[in-house]
Design a protein around this ligand. Sequence first.
Ligand SMILES: *Cc1c(COP(=O)(O)O)cnc(C)c1O
Length: 417
Amino acid sequence: MELEKKKWGFQGNTELNSASISVRGVMNMLMGNISKDDNRPIIPLARTDPSTFACFRTTAVAPDAVAKAVQSFEFNCYAPSLGVASAKRAIAEHLSKGLSYQLSPDHVCITAGCTQAIEIILSVLACPGANILLPRPGYPQYEARAAFSKLEARHFDLLPEKAWEVDLDAVEALADHNTVAMVIINPTNPCGSVFTFQHLKKIAETAKKLGIFVISDEVYAGQAFGSNPFVAMAEFASIVPVMTLGSLSKQWVVPGWRIGWIVASDPNGILQQSGVMECITSYVEMSSDPPTFLQVALPQILGKTRSGFFSNILNILREDAQICYDGIKEIGCLTCPHQPEGSMTVMVKLNLSLLEGISDDMDFCLKLAKEESVTVLPGFVVGLKNWLRITFAIDPSSLDDGLKRIKAFYERHAKKL
Ligand SMILES: *Cc1c(COP(=O)(O)O)cnc(C)c1O
C-alpha cells in the first residue's frame, strides 16, 4: 500500500489536517452513536437546517421562480464569473433597502452559498504573513479556511456577560500591521445574540483605527426577534469598508440550493483602490459558480417574497427561543448566559462538576446521542470547550421533547450529593 502511494506520488495535502475540525465531522460521530433500538424520533439540535420541518417550509415564490427559469430552456448556459447581471442587481437592491446609500451591482459576487463566500474572501486575503481576527465562539468554516489558506487566525472573545458583544480591547491588542480584516457574525451563530447599532458603530471605529476592514457574515440577516433590531454592518461602510456575506440558506430556509453572495460596501472607494474586487474576480475565474437558473431566479425570490413569510418564520423562532431558554433553566447542569434573540442557535455552559462519569462536552454529546437520540453540538467545535451549542430552529413540539430528554439524561447522570 505504501509503495503504491509512493508510485503514484499521492501524499495528500497536509494542510487538510489543520483544517479538519468540522461541524459535519462531529455530527457524523454523533449520528453514528445513536442507538438503533430507540424507536423515538431523533431530535436534531446540532445541525442548523430546519428545512425538513413543515413549519419552516420555504415560500412557494422560490420554487416557482426556479421552475420557470429551468423550464424556459434559456439558462442552460454558463453564468458570468461574478454572477448573472440581473441577480447581482437584485442583491444590490435587496441589501440597499434600509441603508442610507445605494450598493453597486459591480461590487457583488454570487457564490455557492455563504460557505463559498467564506472560501473566496479568506483565499483572496491570504497573502504570506497575513493574519485575520475571528470571533470566539464562532463558525468553524472560518478557522478551517484560514488554516487551509495559511492565513493566521487570531481570536477575540465574545463576552457572555455583555450579551456576547465583541471584546474590542482584545481586538486592538491582537491586531498588528499584518492584520487584514476582522470577522463578525450578526445575528450571531452560535450565541443567538444581535449586536446593537451602537456596538456595530464601535466595531467600525475600532477597525478603522486599526486599518482593517470588516467581514460581516449576515447569513441570518433580519432574523432578530428580541429587542435589538437587525442592523446591517454596511450602514457603517463610510467609517470602514465592509464585505457583507450572505445567502438564501437560512433566511429562505433552502440551504441545499447553494446560493450566496459577497457584497463590498464601499462608499469611499477604499476597497476599489485596494483591488479586492479584481482579486475576487481572479479567484472565481478558476472556481465553479452556482447554477445559472438559480441565479436567474434570484430577482423573483428576493423581490416577490411576502413579508408574511419572514414574520411567520420569526414568530416560530421567537417561540422556539423561549421554549429553549425556559427548558434549559430546568436542566441543572446547563446555564444560558443570554436569552437568544436572533439567529437559530444558542450557547449554554455545561457544569461538569454536577455530573457523574461525563468527562467533557464531547463525552456529554456522545452519551446524550446514544441514550436519548438527541444531537447537540459540543462547544469545542465552535471554540468554547465544555459549552454546548443548541440549535433551536426545529418545530416547537420536537424542541420541547428534545429538552425534556436532555433533562432526563441529566437527572440520570447527576452526581449524587
Ligand atoms: C449556515 C452558515 C453559513 C453557511 O451558509 P450556506 O449558505 O449554507 O453556505 C455561514 N455562516 C454562518 C454563520 C452560518 O450559520
